[in-house]
Every structure is written in structure tokens, then in C-alpha cells.
Design a protein around this ligand. Sequence first.
Ligand code: G6P
Length: 598
Amino acid sequence: MCGIIGYVGTKSAKDELLEGLKMLEYRGYDSAGVCCFEKGDFRVIKKKGKVDALIEVCQGQLKDTHCGIGHTRWATHGDPSDKNAHPFLSENNSVAIVHNGIIENFEALKGGLQKQGVRFRSDTDSEVIAQLLQKSKCESELKKVQELSNLLVGSYAIAILFRGLENQIFAIRKNSPLIVGKAKDGYYLASDVNALVDKTDEYHIMEENEIIWIDSHDCYAFDKNLQAVEINYHKMDLSKQDISRGAFEHYMLKEIMQVPNAIKQTIKECDAPHNPYMRIPREILKDLKHITIIGCGTAFNAAMTASHYARERDIIVDCAYASEYRYQKYLNIENEVCIFVSQSGETADTIEALKIAKEHNIPTIVVTNVASSTLNKLADYIIPTKAGPEIAVASTKAYSAQITALYGLMDYIYCIKHKLNCRSCILKDKLADVVDKLQNFNFTKINKLAEILKDSERVFFIGRGVDYATSQEASLKLKEISNIHSESLFAGELKHGTLALIDEQTTVVVIATQKHLFDKTMNSIYEIKARGARVVLVTQFKADSDAIDMIVELPCTDQAIMAEIAIYPMQMLAYKTAVLKGLDPDKPRNLAKSVTVE
Ligand code: G6P
């Protein structure tokens, strides 16, 4: 949620901050703002709306600036408005801050400050940070920042400027990511590495509770007791091309077109001589009794898809939404492993769920797409997906890479349990076939279907078994970017309630890739048609019935991994429908890519 950027150096701070905010915009885009030192004082410009609106108002402004902080917001406390946009200044304008996260005790802190006569200018939880720093009696700024971290409860990544300390930035973080970039011309702060590509060659991922103090020449790090700590720099391995839209109209389209390569690269990783599966000790896997796969949104749907694959291999898997797992009663299951799936590796609920599993001494494996992520730091074992940076809010290529990695993991576990040789990826050839078929996918029918759906009010996606998992993901994709009300259902459950909503205005997309379930799914089609709805069948099988209005033909591959193929046209369907409706698929209403708050 929210993106933070900071810069101090010889370049124009205004330019660096605005460029950084454009790269971070996928984290939130309700409002944006910057604060720079200008002739020794703070100059704040902020604006409701996307970063372009801020860029517009910054034109001709902030000409001679070399240090500043910026923010793009996804509202939690207080509506999206100029007033609630970051940065915030303290009452006497001596402190400026930007914040990502949630200050859970802000009401108590704010009440205390108001009693002392402090007047607040916004409805946010974040403003309290600037006011607390102003009120602090500590003798040094560093101590003020340390004291702040003891006062705040919740999650935060905060960048701070103090009037009088021109060209210096302080930063602190807890349960929310923040990265320092080192460049020839100065230093950067950013919520993620994407904002630092082409800017820095090296970056440091701030540790939990670490305090950072930077100026244009140096960066100092301290632990929570203000003891100096060493900074570990990583080499930047992303290029501008990895994170740019290139010739594509939207990031989402670029990323859908990259799905085949995301699968290919992930197989390559899983098939390497020292593949990541082999780092999981055999002792853990050989007597494994139960797996829980945990994630949010699309990552959860990937978990569900993989759970069907595992079941076919007699591996018992439960899936849990991270937001639910966190608060569930803990069951002491012997020989259990928890797998956490996350594109960003920064989703707050997933991180907290992992911490709970660790508290119970359950071995933790993460399947993530970002090597520098918090989940990777916390987990016992890491299975990387190789989708490359995913910028569009709606996840596409990461989903396909996640199920690829999970299939490989389930095969590996199966082999260990059955004492089989498991040095190479069993699915290698079958997945190569999938890659080939996806590269040549014909989207003509999808274009037609998008034309129909763009005027729909209601769409249902149904399926049985693994096709239900694909329906869930297809439905999520459509609703999140086209704003069409969409639901997914087990095909057999329609008649227990939802049929009441089926009429001539409804479109039902039926996903049917499992031979043994096909006839049963056809029964659902007849039930739907009898109520007058439009029926679209997505399948690799031949079907000829008056009850079907349109068939989206899928290329055929091994049934066990048909989900990799079935979701592909559904991702494109969501994209095309959103574009036909005139919506921006990369920045759907009310959503953000990285949900770092509970
Ligand atoms: C947000 C995104 C979704 C994503 C979910 C989980 O809601 O909009 O696209 O599936 O978070 O994110 P993660 O990074 O943990 O996979």
C-alpha cells in the first residue's frame, strides 16, 4: 500500500522524487505529494489523484532542490483528498514525514497531543508521527526517531526531514518494507527496488526496527538501541526494460504476454542441479502428514489450484486465506509444513501468518517472486518464482509461475515420500508443451466475449474440482479490473441458491477441463440454459449442444496441469473487458498491488 520515496544528492530532488513516485504508483494512487528543502525551509506540494496530477502542479516549481521525500497514497484513515495526502508537517512546520502502514494506537496518541494543545490538519493516523517528533524533548534527532519507534504501535515505514538539518533524511521501519539505494550522486529511499532501477547499482533492505540516517555522502544504520550496525548492500539485478511498459498499452497486457516465459523461467529454476526444493531437508518431507498453503487474493487461488494437484498425489493439503489463518485456532498436527505463497512477499496478513506458524515450530516454505522481500527473510526455505517484476495491480504472470512452482514442489514431496529419484522436474516436458501452446494462443473468441461482457451487470464463473479454482481466479480478475459484479461457484452448488439470480441478463462462464467431470458439468449447463442465461464453455473437449452459446476452445495438454492453460484466456478476457469499458486495467478502483496493512 502507499509508496515512499526519498532522495538526497546532487541531482534535482523534485525530478528524482516524481520519477520514483511514478514507479511506485501501483502501490496506491489516491493522492500523492512531495516535500523538499527549498532555501533551507520545507516546501510541500500535494494533490488528490494519480501521480500525473501531482506532476502537473509541480511544473515550474521546486527548481533548486536536492533533498526531499515523496509519497503516493492508498487511503486507510481519512478519505483521498489534498488534506489527507502525505507528506505531513508538524504544527510548527519543523518536521516533515511520509508514512506507509497503520499506526494502530494513533487515537490515543492524538488525544494526548490534542490535550497539550496540538492542532491536527488531517484525518489520518500518519500525522501523529510528525506531531510526536515535534513534541519530543530528546536532545538529538536520532534519539527522537528512536523514541518515536517506542511510542508507535502498528506497522510503519517512515521517512523524516527535520528543519535545520538540510539535506539529511531519517528513516525507520517495522512490518513495512523500506530500501536504501546508493548511487554515485547520492542516496535514495524507496518502498521497493523497482523505484531504484537505473538509479542505483546497490541497495540495502532495511532490517526490522532499523534506523537509517542519510545525507548526500553517507548512510548510517542503527539498531533500536542506537548501536551502529553494518549495512549490507545487494547488487541491483533489474534493468529498466524489466520494469518498463515497452510498446504495450498497459502493464497488464505486457504481463499476460509474459505468462509463457514466466512458466518457462520457473521450470528452469526448479530443474536446476541444485534446485530450491532440494534445500528442504528430506527429514521434513519424508514423513510429512499435512500441508497448509496460505496466501491472499490470487496467491490463495494458486494455492487452491495446487491443492488439487497434490490430492491426486495423495498429499493432504488444506488452503487458508492468510487473514483467516492468523486468527484460527491452532491445531497441533504432527509433521506439518506451511507453505506461504505471495507475489510481493510483503503482504501483511501473509507475513503475520508465517510468524504464527514459526511460533508453533512448523517448518515454513515461501513461494515468492521478490528475492528481497520480507517473507524471504523470515521463511525457513524459499522457492522463487521467476515471473520477473509484476507491476499491474491484477496478478497474471505471477499466478502462472506460482502454480508452476507449486506443482514442482508437490512432485518433489511425492518423490521423497515414495523414495523415488527426484533430481529433475518431472513436469519439465509437459510444462514446456504448455508454454508452447500459450505462446500460440488464439484470442479471437476472447475479443468477442469481451464485447458481450462489457455491458453485463452480472457474470458467474463455475467449475468442478480444479476448474473451480480456475473459476475463482477468472472471476477475481474480471471483477477487480472491469468492476463487473462477478462470482465463482462450484458447478454443483448452483442449484442450492444462486440459480435464483440466473436470468437472460446473466452470462455464465463454465470451465470444464477434467474429463471425468465433464458430463456432470454439462448438467449444470442445461440447468443454466433453462433459466435463459448466456452460456460460455471453456474447454479442450468437443461439445455440441444448443445450450452452449459460445465455446472458447483450449489447446489440449495433460489434464493434471490444464489449469495453466485455462486461466490464460480468462486473464485476457478480464483485460479486454476493462479496456473496452474505458477503464485503466493497471490501476483498478480502490485496490493496490502490495497490501502491507492488515
Ligand atoms: C493484492 C493484489 C492481488 C494479490 C494480493 C496478494 O490484493 O491486488 O493481485 O493477489 O494482494 O498479494 P501477494 O503479493 O501476497 O501475492
